[in-house]
Design a protein around this ligand. Structure first.
Ligand code: FUB
Length: 322
């Protein structure tokens, strides 16, 4: 009977395709999209919003894949809070990466001690089956800032895990991808590196005193054309923008470049995304509250194709419906 259930699930999954219109996934609320190119497909790892709540009470993560950025296959929800014995709530942003034929899905969740921690699940294929690699968190410092992991393996084989909310941190991962060496480093935040530093709340009538941007959360770390990029959810006023900084080194110093997507565009207080190149084109994945019934707690994955400027900088990108 188990095999029959699995077979039926496979057929349902294959038929569960959706067309390329934004939000590109229309069948579920799919916040915090983290794209991954593997062989000739794009996989996108997302969260799962439950509309009706007034907070990000989330319980599981989802995976979709596409050979062409038009048709998306739903691989279901390979991991949930139940996959991590130490996690009790807030199945928040995550990212998966491949190394030596294994897939490492870095997640964050609220622990049974009520702080946030980063864990990692491992699988032999991009859609699972995944299982908790450690049986305990990978990063647990007792801080609420331990959210939104982003991972990248540099050309020399050194892997980096960045994460953070308010503060931005990184560690160097070991080759096994489930342990790390050295210290957790907090990245200095200055006007030059991330557009501004956090201040006490600035009243609406004092816009001139407002930092033009600050790092809030949702880092997305990658390298292209010899330059390192750190996209992040930034904020000046209102909701979150997608902003970015660049560096010549994987650990900075970072130089703030500006916004990629403004805060006005998305009908959602948060924004969170990832950037990939696939089959010669560049894509921004992000989320909006624009799926019917959605909003700040019902967010869905959208995608925009874009072209880098010749100097490697990223243009301002609008959220579109196609
Ligand atoms: O989805 C829950 C949280 O909202 C994420 O961890 C943040 O980046 C924000 O998108």
């Amino acid at each position: 009977p188990y095999k029959i259930v699995a077979y039926l699930f496979a057929i349902l999954s294959i038929n569960s395709t959706v067309q390329a219109q934004n939000p590109v996934i229309q069948t579920h609320y799919t916040p915090d999209p983290a794209p991954m190119v593997y062989k000739d497909k794009v996989y996108v790892y997302t969260g799962d919003d439950i509309p009706g709540y007034d907070f990000y009470y989330m319980t599981k993560w989802r995976v979709f894949s596409s050979p062409d950025m038009v048709n998306w296959i739903d691989h279901g929800s390979p991991i949930s809070l139940e996959s991590f014995s130490w996690a009790r709530d807030r199945a928040w942003a995550a990212q998966c990466i491949e190394r030596n034929g294994k897939f490492y899905w870095y997640i964050c969740a609220q622990t049974t001690q009520n702080n946030m921690a980063i864990g990692v699940a491992v699988a032999d294929s991009p859609a699972g089956a995944f299982k908790d690699a450690l049986g305990k968190p990978l990063i647990t410092t007792g801080s609420w800032s331990n959210i939104d992991p982003t991972v990248f393996i540099d050309d020399d084989g050194q892997a980096y895990l960045y994460w953070g909310n308010g503060s931005l941190y990184y560690v160097k991962l070991n080759k096994d991808m489930v342990s790390w060496s050295g210290n957790i480093v907090e990245v200095p935040q200055t006007v030059e590196s991330f557009g501004g530093v956090r201040t006490a709340r600035v009243p609406d009538n004092k816009d001139a005193e407002r930092p033009k941007d600050v790092f809030v959360e949702g880092p997305w770390f990658y390298k292209r054309g010899g330059k390192y990029y750190q996209m992040f959810a930034g904020m000046s006023k209102g909701g979150e923008s997608l902003s970015y900084s660049m560096s010549d080194n994987p650990t900075g110093p970072w130089k703030y470049q500006g916004k990629i997507m403004t805060e006005q565009a998305t009908n959602s207080f948060t924004n969170h995304g990832g950037i990939i190149d696939f089959k010669g084109k560049s894509y921004l994945f992000y989320h909006t509250g624009l799926l019917p019934g959605g909003g700040s707690y019902g967010r869905a994955t959208s995608i925009e194709e874009f072209r880098y400027n010749t100097d490697g900088t990223i243009p301002l990108i609008s959220a579109t419906k196609e």
